[in-house]
Design a binder for this molecule. Sequence first.
Ligand code: BTN
Length: 250
Amino acid sequence: MATEVAGEQLAGLARYGSVHLVDEVGSTNDYALSLAPKHVTAIVIARRQTKGRGRFKRPWFSDEASLTASLLLFTDTPDFPHPSFLTHLAGLALSRAVEQVTGLATQIRWPNDVIYKDKKLAGILCEGRKSAVAVGIGLNVNQESFPEDLPDAGSLRMATGRAWDKLVLLEGFLREIFAGIERTGNGESAQVLADIKARSAIMHRRVEMQTLLRKHVGTVIDLDSEGRVVLRTDSGRLIVLGAGDVRRLR
Ligand code: BTN
C-alpha cells in the first residue's frame, strides 16, 4: 500500500498521529495495541487483514476493497471521554465522514454500525489494554458484491455506483473523531449525544435486542447520557442496555 499513497495524503493523516501502513496483518487492532508502550497516538492501516474480528469475537470479512484501520488512543489524556462513550463517538464520526465524502445519508445502528438503507457499510470495534484503546474500523468501500453468507452487507460503491478513495474516508473519520473528543472535553457531551440520536436508526423504533443473557423486544425510548439504550419492553418494563445486538422490527 505504501507505494500507492501520495505524500500529501500521508501528511494529511500524519497530522493525527504516527502512521503505520502495512500490507498484511492479522488484526489492525492487535497491531495498534502492540504499539501502546510507545504511548503515541497512532494510525494503523492494512491492505489485507487475515484475522479481522468483529464484536463478540465474530470473524470480520474484509478484502482489498475495504478500509481496515485502527486508531490508537490513550485514555489517560486530559479530558478523554469515557471509553463506553468513545464507541458512540466513533460511530458518529464514521457516519459523518462517509456522508461528507459520498453524500450518502448514513445512519448509526446502535451501538456503532454505519448503515445505509438497511445495509451495513461499516463496523467498529473498540478494544482496550490498560490506558490504550484501539478504535478499529472496517468500512466496505469498493466491493461490487459480497459472499452469499453476508446478505446484510453493502459497500459505498454499491450504494453510489462509483469507487472511492479509502484514505480520504479515513482522513474524514480522523477529523471527525478528534472533533468529537474535543467537543466532549469542552463540556458539549449533550450536544454530541443529540447528534448521535439524530443519526440513530433505532430511536423510537420497535427492536429486538439480543444481549449475552437474553432477548428483549420493545420500543427504544431514548439513549441515556452514556449512550445506553433505554427500552420499553412489550411487557411495559423500562430497561437500560449497554451491550447487545439490535435488529429493527417492522
Ligand atoms: C463489528 O461490526 O462487529 C465490528 C467490526 C470491526 C472490524 C474492524 S476492521 C479493523 C479492525 N481490526 C479488527 O480486527 N477489527 C476491526
